[in-house]
Write a protein that binds this ligand. Structure first.
Ligand code: UD1
Ligand code: MG
Length: 455
């Protein structure tokens, strides 16, 4: 973001995450709940960083090391501050006083429970600062304004924000509400916030008072209008689900816009980091956990579940397939129904079409894994590797007891339990020799029938 004189404006994002979150009825802190496979606080930090927030301060509740750790994971540069008492949004911002004192051209105050705000919206707020405002807030017109701070406008200027509890009956009629996010000019931010008191209905230090204070200092405040979804805040599990639905719609639309075919978009669940190439087809009822990439032209058939997996160009997965973390499928690989793949590389053109478990393994190019094949990777203590050479043929219902190596082009007879390495191009089978007893079944039935007649 450039200022009118052309210099790059610096930005400090302060993310408030000291919420109580008791209405979630959960032992997990509210901001560590996820939508689109990513925590609420991670969404907010991503947006802040994308909008140019090179400096990040996160304000957490007392002893919330878990929230601090998640913030640092997403934004390693984040400074974490503790708000020891919950005395209001302005008080929370002041917990990050050190970061404010270090200075920035723009200061963004964001709520960690408001995950859908986009980098574009944040950039608009910053734009208002470079346009000369000292305070810029996000305004929206909710269907039901109850509970929100009301924006008191005078023409284009924002004169005050009045919290619901402190509003006069006339002010409560105002439909234009405070979305909660605020941008402040770095030069004046601390001076403004330091003036905020707590003489109001809740006895809290309201950040929203920054508007009237800035006006009193002869500074300009503005409101930027945005959609309700951008400022959707989460307090309950029901709101978490509603927000998830909004995010899913955004993700599905972005995928289709990028050339992905979603046969029934409303039944496909994506993660924020799902990467789908052009001409990928996703059949109905597919779930993408975090960390999945699907290359161009691949098809994911119905009822498949993918997580931490890479699907190569033109590959076919499912129906009813499960790809777990570390599954890497090459070009044109086929993974069929009831096949589970974990921490395994399946090289180009290999096939496992039915009922198999392939874990901690490599399957060479063009190999064929028969129905019911299991890599026995776990001895109860350690995991071991199975290595299957290119062009190998694994007969149905084989157990490959790892660690074990099947050479290139080798052939495993159906029903074998393979515990020793198999050389390239060999046939290996492990089962008792077949015995046929002529007429035995007929004699058996006759004997049974005779006994039944007697009794
Ligand atoms: C706030 C706004 C209100 C706006 C609404 C939008 C204020 C005073 N009011 O009200 O104008 O319409 O958001 O949703 O800002 N927090 C702390 N420490 C505190 C208090 C709050 O970290 O001491 C955090 C909360 O975790 C939350 C955020 O600040 O993420 C907002 O606090 P909350 O109590 O939800 O404010 P609202 O009453 O919703
Ligand atoms: Mg709130």
């Amino acid at each position: 973001m450039n200022s009118p004189n052309g210099h790059q404006r610096s930005c400090l994002a302060i993310v408030l995450a000291a919420g109580e979150g008791t209405r979630m009825r959960s032992s997990t802190p509210k901001v560590l709940h996820s939508i689109g496979g990513k925590t609420l606080i991670a969404h907010v930090l991503t947006a802040a960083t994308q909008a140019g927030g090179a400096q990040v301060a996160v304000v957490v509740g007392p002893g919330r090391d878990d929230v601090a750790a998640e913030a640092r994971k997403v934004a390693p540069q984040a400074q974490v501050f503790e708000q020891t008492e919950r005395l209001g949004t302005a008080h929370a911002v002041l917990a990050a006083r050190k970061a404010l004192e270090a200075g920035a051209d723009d200061v963004l105050v964001m709520f960690a429970d408001t995950p859908l705000v986009t980098a574009e919206t944040l950039s608009q707020l910053r734009g208002a600062l470079s346009g000369g405002a000292a305070v810029a807030v996000l305004g929206f017109t909710p269907k039901d304004p109850t509970g929100y701070g009301r924006l008191v406008m005078s023409g284009q200027d924002l004169t005050a924000i009045v919290e619901e509890k402190d509003a006069t009956p006339e002010q409560r009629q105002i439909g234009f509400c405070n979305g909660g996010l605020m941008a402040l000019a770095g030069k004046q931010a601390l001076a403004i916030i330091d003036k905020i008191g707590n003489a109001n209905a809740k006895g809290e230090y309201y950040l929203t008072d920054a508007v009237a204070i800035a006006r009193g200092m002869g500074l300009k405040a503005v409101a930027i209008e945005t959609g309700e979804d951008d400022v959707r805040g989460i307090n309950t599990k029901a709101q978490l689900a509603e927000t998830e639905a909004v995010l899913q719609t955004r993700l599905r639309n972005a995928a289709m816009e990028a050339g992905v075919t979603l046969v029934a978009p409303e039944t496909v669940f994506l993660s924020s980091d799902t990467k789908l190439g052009r001409d990928v087809t996703i059949e109905p009822n597919v779930v993408f956990g975090p960390g999945v990439t699907v290359e161009e032209g691949a098809t994911i058939r119905s009822f498949s579940h993918l997580e931490g997996a890479h699907v190569g160009r033109g590959a076919r997965v499912g129906p009813f397939a499960r790809l777990r973390p570390g599954a890497k499928l090459g070009v044109d690989v086929h993974i069929g129904n009831f096949v589970e793949v974990k921490a395994a590389t399946i090289e180009d053109g290999a096939k496992a079409n039915h009922l198999a478990y392939i874990g901690d393994a490599r399957v060479g190019a063009g190999a064929n894994i028969g129905a019911g094949t299991i890599t026995c990777n776990y001895d109860g203590v350690d995991k071991h590797k199975t290595d299957i050479g290119k062009g190998a043929f694994i007969g149905t219902n084989s157990s490959l007891v790892a660690p074990v190596k099947i050479g290139d082009g080798a052939y495993i007879g159906s029903g074998s339990v393979i515990t020793k390495d198999v050389p390239a191009d060999a046939l290996s089978f492990e089962r008792a020799e077949q015995t046929n007893k002529e007429g035995w079944a007929a004699r058996f039935r006759a004997a049974k029938a005779a006994r039944k007649k007697k009794s």
